[in-house]
Design a protein around this ligand. Sequence first.
Ligand code: SAH
Ligand code: SF4
Length: 427
Amino acid sequence: MTTPAPITPDVLTLPRKLPEGGPVNIIGLTREQLHDALIAAGTEPRQAKMRVGQIWQWVYHWGTRDFAAMTNLAKDYRRFLADHFTITLPEVVTRQISADGTRKYLLRIAGGHEVETVHIPEQDRGTLCISSQVGCTLTCSFCHTGTQVLVRNLTAAEIVGQVMLARDDLGEWPVPGAPRDETRLISNVVLMGMGEPLYNFDNVRDAMRVVMDNEGIALGRRRITLSTSGVVPEIARTAREIGCLLAVSLHATTDAVRDRLVPINKRWNIAALLDALRAYPGLSNSERITFEYVMLQGVNDSKEDAHRLVELIRGIPAKINLIPFNEWPGAPYRRSSGNRIHAFADIIHDAGYPSPIRTPRGEDIMAACGQLKSATERARKSRAEIAVAAGLEPIVNQVQRAWRHGTGNPDAETAPSDAGRPAPDRG
Ligand code: SAH
Ligand code: SF4
């Protein structure tokens, strides 16, 4: 038997280190999971559905964090909840506000790991960019997150928690009796922060179900956009099980260039990716695929690239977001010139596709696309230093041993599914 190639020798997948036994965190449980958890803890089965509805409204509509405040529940039942459950969110470590109003939150999650969440206010809407993993196991050569050494999947609680903490900070929970402000500060959620959401499918799906639920945070499915680097087998599932809009990180028009920029292309190439997108159910002009295309000087920004791009996506209802490359310390690329980007955009636009050029937001606080990487990770120098800080020495040894012996990932339960993961290749 041939031994599987490790995901990448740069990455350490981490155990989740969640407390075992003890109270259950309500956050991130789907209605069904909460129902079962209430019964398992001793709630009368006949009453469980009603209790789910009541608790759900307190937690996700009103933003309540304290069982004692759930005043339509009997006092005894509130005590019972407090004995068996918690309402636990990640901890906000820092909040930075950019000159343009963009906010970046650094959050600490179980095990002491960190992720970033970004809020981008615009005239008539506000977008929250959330993370799905600590770091990312993929190694797109232009992406800062892909250089992070420690990687673990976020739990559904940690994903929903990002939305709840941002609502706390923006003061967006409804106030009883006050008229509801229809312009929501968080009107859209994009899974475009740290991580590859389709390598953490189940948790992302469950979290989005919570966020979409009409009796809670109530963001419609069309207000959620999931961005993937192209995990082809999970694309149809995304439509079926989440139903949100899809953004795809294309970034190149030939396999040779995409192999270098987005190494997952070696597993699922451009043709395979586009086939999966053509089959994405419900595609229409109102529900188009967003193609993301990072503009890298001299790499993927020629007029020929623009023409090839138009040919490639023909027949797919699409919009192409052109993202001027956001630089980060040590990045191996430069941003294309403004002229180049405009010439590229014009060709796509003339072919009938919207081709907005994204204005980088929050650059002064390193909050722009692809710049996310937790501050402490950024400051650290070596793998050993990271391991020591995370209290991981034994795990590092385990992982290294596993790599040496070619057994791949020793942390199968918590690591993202490794099926078909491409070998690393930094362009
Ligand atoms: N992992 C997912 C989602 C997170 S990245 C994905 O790759 O799609 C969100 C977007 O930012 C992706 O399109 C990604 O390619 C892009 N991006 C990454 N690094 C960037 C950088 N330095 N400048 C501009 N865009 C970048
Ligand atoms: Fe991961 Fe996306 Fe960055 Fe690629 S661009 S390394 S998939 S976060």
